[in-house]
Design a protein around this ligand. Structure first.
Ligand SMILES: [Zn+2]
Length: 148
């Protein structure tokens, strides 16, 4: 048996890692009421941490907050707007290609203003599109964080 009382880390070893615990530590605890008390305290503490209804509380709180936020109702609407925008862009691109399908090869070859216009519109649409995708992605990420 060890003469001195056990150190904090030895008591923790006994409580949390009993299988790998040094035999001298086990012996000491069996014979020392002071260290046995410390072990009991640690056990109660660890059980207290395990059984705390904290996740339940957080869940209920999050649900309450979500229920009161008008953002919950806005979320699907925003996604609808986003997909509507994407559909609109696809429609414009499709219509452009359809209207100019006979002229596209000519347009690409010619360095006239129409080519620059189409390229510019395409670039603007691409930028807006990417910005919208990023924005809605961020919104989804935020709503995920709000839910958990
Ligand atoms: Zn002791």
């Amino acid at each position: 048996m060890k003469k001195e009382h056990l150190k904090e880390n030895e008591i923790q070893e006994y409580v949390f890692d009993f299988r790998n615990c040094n035999y001298s530590i086990i012996q000491h605890i069996d014979n020392c009421n002071t260290c046995k008390k410390a072990v009991t305290d640690y056990t109660l503490l660890s059980e207290g941490i395990k059984t705390q209804p904290e996740p339940l509380l957080e869940y209920d709180l999050a649900e309450m907050v979500m229920a009161k936020l008008p953002a919950v109702e806005k979320k699907p609407k925003r996604e609808y707007n986003s997909s509507g925008l994407v559909a609109l862009i696809l429609g414009i691109i499709g219509a452009t290609i359809y209207l100019f399908k006979n002229n596209i090869s000519t347009l690409v070859k010619l360095n006239d203003i129409a080519t620059y216009l189409i390229i510019s519109i395409g670039a603007i649409i691409a930028v807006l599109w990417i910005a919208d995708i990023v924005k809605s992605h961020n919104k989804k990420i935020n709503s995920i964080y709000l839910q958990h």
